[in-house]
Design a protein around this ligand. Sequence first.
Ligand SMILES: Nc1nc2c(c(=O)[nH]1)N[C@H]1C(S)=C(S)[C@@H](COP(=O)(O)OP(=O)(O)OC[C@H]3O[C@@H](n4cnc5c(=O)[nH]c(N)nc54)[C@H](O)[C@@H]3O)O[C@H]1N2
Ligand SMILES: Nc1nc2c(c(=O)[nH]1)N[C@H]1C(S)=C(S)[C@@H](COP(=O)(O)OP(=O)(O)OC[C@H]3O[C@@H](n4cnc5c(=O)[nH]c(N)nc54)[C@H](O)[C@@H]3O)O[C@H]1N2
Ligand code: SF4
Ligand SMILES: [Mo]
Length: 639
Amino acid sequence: MQDANAASNANDRDAADATVCPLCAVGCHLAPGEDGGRARGVPGPANPNGRLCAKGASAFESVRDDERLTTPLVREDGDLVETDWESALARAADGLGGVRDAHGADALAFFGAPHCSNEENYLLGKLARVLGSNHVDNRARLCHDNAAAALESRVGYPASTLGMADLAESDLVLVVGANPAVQQPVAFNAFVRASDGGLVHLDPRANETTRAADAHLAPRPGTDALLLQAVAATLLAADEHDAAFVAEHTTGFDAYRDALADLDVAAAAAATGVPVAEIRDLAADVADADGVAVIAGTGVEADDGATADALLDLLCLGGSLGPESAADGGGFALFRGLNNEQGASDVGCRPDRLPGHRPLTDDAARDRVADVWGTEIPDTPGLNETAALAAFGERIHGALVVGENPAVSKRDADWTAERLDSLESLVVVDVYETDTTAHADVVLPAAVGLEKEGTVTNLDRRVQALAAVADPPGEARTDFEILCDLGTRLAGDGFDYAAPADAFAELRAVSPVHADVAVGERWGSDGIATADGRAAFSEGDVSVEAADVEGLALVVGSRAGGFGASDVRADDALHLNPADATALNLADGDAVRVSTDGASVETTLTVSEGVREGVAFLHADVADPLVRAGAATVDVEAR
Ligand SMILES: Nc1nc2c(c(=O)[nH]1)N[C@H]1C(S)=C(S)[C@@H](COP(=O)(O)OP(=O)(O)OC[C@H]3O[C@@H](n4cnc5c(=O)[nH]c(N)nc54)[C@H](O)[C@@H]3O)O[C@H]1N2
Ligand SMILES: Nc1nc2c(c(=O)[nH]1)N[C@H]1C(S)=C(S)[C@@H](COP(=O)(O)OP(=O)(O)OC[C@H]3O[C@@H](n4cnc5c(=O)[nH]c(N)nc54)[C@H](O)[C@@H]3O)O[C@H]1N2
Ligand code: SF4
Ligand SMILES: [Mo]
């Protein structure tokens, strides 16, 4: 076992003043630039050549930003006014403690954040549980929740099954519902673009990643899983699956094969809109490849995990899961978004999980944690963040929100504002004033990632040490210090840590995932970590019924993780295929209104062959009102 303190001094970063980029889950190493300006790339496992993307290079902008919160604020007569830490912390503890006294611990909700470190999220989860509430969650895991859940049930852990560097060995990389050329550019360039394996992009719209691909398959929205099953059925019909791997490392193959035997590939081709020849080509590519890797992004989330399941089935058939195949570039890479999205969930900031992803309902796991924490842990899973927000003012009366902005990232703005206002106590820890702090009773100014110590875990499970390479502005403090203080006031013992390293040492004692990972290394192994050591096939539920879509299916892309992420929001046009534009009597550059029941947005039209027929593609920022209104399809008209 390696001590986190020692490890953070160890040579995990190549330069003494280097830390981990706080802006995405790739986890590049960087250091302050010469003049305090642009960041300097430092070679690390994710950026071996020391490169940064444009976003990473601008990472220090948040450090210098005049808009940063510098003083604690409390609400007096309706307004937020500046105060000192002592008064603000006392008010926060009184507010949350008062809710607990009046309504019970079950009336408290805790929102953690993928922007915060492992230790900070661990502390938030501990605070919630020690106080007696399981309503603790972090929001951005929602970006990849279905794929993570599929991985957890099929391979035993909700994370990438291979390292980013392994992708350089893949014979075939299948990118599904993602745009890593833009969203994880350093990893894409270093490990995927540089390799000579094949690249196939599966997406209803061509994007920057497509330009680097050998083939682009554009299934109708809602038919990805069917398309992948058609590929699997083609492999099985030709007996080209990896029978030895299937026999040794999987379960449920016979039932799966029987289910797929009914699949008519021609009918599937018609339903998905992808020609039979393209399905056959992909099947042949999978059969020929030693290592097949999947890179999955937010575009696989649409169908409750069916696409992720179909992808995992395909990897099982190709023999591309598990430790030996990872070395050959085989496996499932879950390309997460925010910098510590993986870690926030790993450390137990989830309503149904303890640290290390152990189920809350597992008595032995609960006892182990209770032992170390010196407290009972309630055994009923709590509300996730979406459900908790809906329960504000009813079951939930107090909330501690750390590094998260539910007012913008959730549903209808008025509805959310009402929910936030219905709380008796809302304490928000953030680095900026936001739409959420506007509803808070207490606002506590936090440090950003570049100003803290601790660890974060990137998209290939690598636990990396942070270094404080800048000072927080004004009186801002790290979330860790804030949570230690709040914890001590609210719960008494158990929150008196000298440094994040002490919390990490405690985390090792309660989390099998962290028990003996060396800081700087990837947790777990690339193997299959299910109870029986085998990956289960899905049941191969087949439905060739074409999703009978009336009108244009709304497809959203170019998501940005909010914080410091203005870079990918340049294009606000509606993108339509020429055939759809002609049918609507619209031309490139026309002013258009895109609407659904109860919401509409106005923009201009870009006509593009890159979008498949039947799809209306919008950037996430523009699509927001439509997404919030729950639109699956949209109407488009000239305005
Ligand atoms: N319209 C629209 N909506 C979107 C998206 C979009 O592109 N457009 N993208 C979606 C996606 S992919 C995501 S991941 C979410 C992001 O949703 P959120 O995670 O809610 O949004 P962010 O703005 O990234 O970060 C939340 C807050 O964390 C604060 N913060 C940053 N670092 C720290 C820190 O170290 N400590 C503390 N205490 N606070 C910190 C920021 O100031 C910010 O207010 O939004 C989703 N919603
Ligand atoms: N520079 C920069 N990088 C970032 C961020 C940032 O703000 N700036 N944010 C980070 C964050 S928080 C996130 S979550 C990630 C997002 O990373 P990605 O998920 O790669 O981002 P998107 O560009 O939204 O790509 C989603 C793709 O899914 C496709 N899609 C939509 N529906 C479907 C479908 O049903 N099937 C298929 N096959 N495809 C579909 C869309 O057309 C789009 O091309 O990026 C991270 N990286
Ligand atoms: S790829 Fe991600 S981690 Fe690397 S520099 Fe860019 S934003 Fe930072
Ligand atoms: Mo995200």
